[in-house]
Design a binder for this molecule. Structure first.
Ligand code: 7SA
Ligand code: CA
Ligand code: CA
Length: 473
């Protein structure tokens, strides 16, 4: 490795510079249609559940800091962090209690129920430095308005809030809407543009998860990303059934796929949580799981899907109250669902408790490793085979293939496609095999040297070891 690195680096340029190394395999960039999925090679961990502010009050950032090495070793390339803004709300309605999770935030101060500003910076640094890109959850639709001591208490009656005028909101209200911003107003737009830039410049943001995107125009998300983090990762949460749209809206009679792709992803330039697949997980047969956005035969559709099994809203939480569980997947299907999203296109997202609390960690870890070895990406093609019942098929990655069989009665993956197949997982009706082509001998490493001046005839050396390059010296 050292020889290779030195040969690569005796460039005809200047004296030794401190070069920042790019993570070995991390591809960047948008799709050919301008969707920000950071090269389509991401594997995301949802880095919280609904109740961590109660089970680890003020200590969650420390937990993430301490687990950064484990999270990186488990193969995650990105982490979906909780909302970084302080939330001082507390509420109880129909027997449920909550508050402090970030979704009813007061202002942009970072000392929150998850930990202090300093602890957030430390956790972000610990994760980013190990190649786990930090993606912040952000909530531009609304905030906890009029909370005393706000550093963000915008005046009423000036068009800054939905309630100031009849068209002072270009999206749905959150609850009554009396906390909704008018995100089209330049003052509000600039407020969030500057805060997203602040999160990039001082808190290591490499992407954003946009909450409640039904609440504002998707074009706003495109503008914010363009202005604040154009090359970052972006995903929107559009959880709205077609039937929830007014009957004069085209989305009312569209499919879940069309709603999230054409209703949000295209105009936002942003990837989108695959609620089309989630709806099939919940309501469809296993054979119908192929009808999620991530199974679409059109590459420009499947590559924008961010797949998930459950999240902090839909799933349970490991806590006394059990969390929100608005739409939980039956336990008997959880491993089949993870086998599916980790062996097929889209950008898979793993829910924290499934990985670290409820005993699926080894199962998921093995699937992540196989996905990386075979180079399966968001855009990879997938074929389905209906001869065996259940759901079976093959995904072709950049450096190999994955075969999957969920409740399918086939005895060997060679019945799906010839190959040198090796079993990855076989549990609870979920089987996955890999056929990884021999890893190439050399590796391409890109070093980007900053703040250096060079003259012709000088040599450039990269010095100091780096975990992502195998700790060469
Ligand atoms: O029912 C599940 C599904 O069943 C299936 O069979 C259905 C599906 O369609 C169907 O096919 O899904 C439905 O239900 C979903 C869950 O409610 C809906 C979905 O559209 C609908 O189809 O999803 C919506 O709700 C989610 C929680 C949102 C989705 O974007 C949205 O579409 N998720 C995100 C949004 C928020 C809010 O930022 C977060 O909510 C989520 O974690 C995040 O992921 O001044 C305002 C105000 C007053 O108007 C009220 O009167 C006052 O009480 C404020 C106060 N409201 C409080 C709320 O009552 C209380 O619940 C508020 C301050 O705090 C709480 O709100 C929580 C919310 O409960 C929680 O989920 C909020 C703020 O803390 O944080 C979270
Ligand atoms: Ca990437
Ligand atoms: Ca709104």
């Amino acid at each position: 490795m050292t020889t290779l690195i030195r040969r690569l680096l005796t460039l005809s340029a200047a004296a030794g510079l401190a070069c920042s190394t790019l993570a070995l395999a991390d591809q960047a960039g948008k799709t050919s249609h301008g969707i920000r999925n950071h090269g389509g090679d991401e594997i995301i961990l949802q880095g919280f559940h609904w109740d961590v502010v109660r089970t680890a009050p003020g200590n969650w950032y420390h937990t993430l800091d301490n687990m950064a090495g484990q999270i990186a070793a488990d193969g995650f390339s990105a982490i979906w962090m909780p909302v970084p803004w302080r939330d001082q709300s507390s509420w109880s309605s129909n027997g449920k209690r909550g508050g402090g999770e970030g979704y009813f935030w007061t202002d942009f101060k970072k000392n929150s129920q998850y930990g202090s500003d300093a602890a957030l910076k430390a956790a972000s640094q610990a994760l980013n430095s190990r190649g786990v890109k930090v993606i912040y959850d952000v909530v531009p639709n609304h905030h906890n308005r009029g909370h005393s001591g706000d550093s963000l208490d915008l005046p009423a009656g000036q068009g800054l809030y939905r309630s100031d005028c009849s068209n002072c909101d270009d999206g749905d209200p959150f609850m009554s809407g009396d906390s909704d911003f008018n995100t089209a107003h330049p003052t509000v737009y600039n407020l969030f543009r500057d805060e997203l830039s602040n999160l990039r410049n001082h808190y290591g943001a490499q992407g954003f998860r946009f909450d409640f995107v039904r609440g504002y125009a998707p074009e706003r998300v495109n503008a914010w990303m363009h202005d604040a983090l154009d090359t970052g990762f972006c995903v929107g949460e559009l959880w709205k059934a077609p039937g929830e749209y007014p009957d004069w809206d085209w989305k009312h009679s569209a499919s879940w796929q069309e709603v999230i792709k054409q209703g949000f992803s295209d105009p936002a330039g942003c990837a989108v949580f695959d609620f089309a697949l989630k709806e099939r997980f919940q309501n469809g047969s296993i054979a119908s799981w192929r009808n999620g956005l991530n199974g679409n035969p059109d590459r420009s559709w499947r590559e924008v899907a961010v797949t998930f099994v459950d999240n902090h809203d839909t799933g349970y939480s490991p806590s006394a109250s059990g969390g929100q569980h608005h739409w939980p997947l039956a336990d008997s299907k959880v491993r089949k669902a993870y086998a599916f999203i980790l062996s097929t296109p889209g950008t898979p997202t793993v829910y924290w408790p499934h990985m670290y609390d409820w005993g699926h960690g080894d199962f998921i870890r093995a699937l992540i490793q196989a996905r990386r070895q075979t180079g399966v990406k968001a855009y990879s093609p997938v074929t389905f085979n209906t001869r065996f019942g259940g759901l079976a098929g093959v995904t072709t990655g950049d450096s190999g293939r994955l075969a999957f069989a969920l409740n399918a009665n086939l005895s060997s993956p060679t019945q799906l496609a010839p190959g040198n197949w090796k079993m990855v997982v076989n549990s609870q009706g979920a089987r996955v095999w890999k056929d990884a082509r021999a890893a190439s001998t050399g590796v391409n490493v890109t070093f980007r040297c900053k703040n250096g001046t060079t003259q012709w005839g000088q040599s450039v050396y990269a010095v100091g070891n780096d975990a992502s390059l195998g700790n060469w010296s």
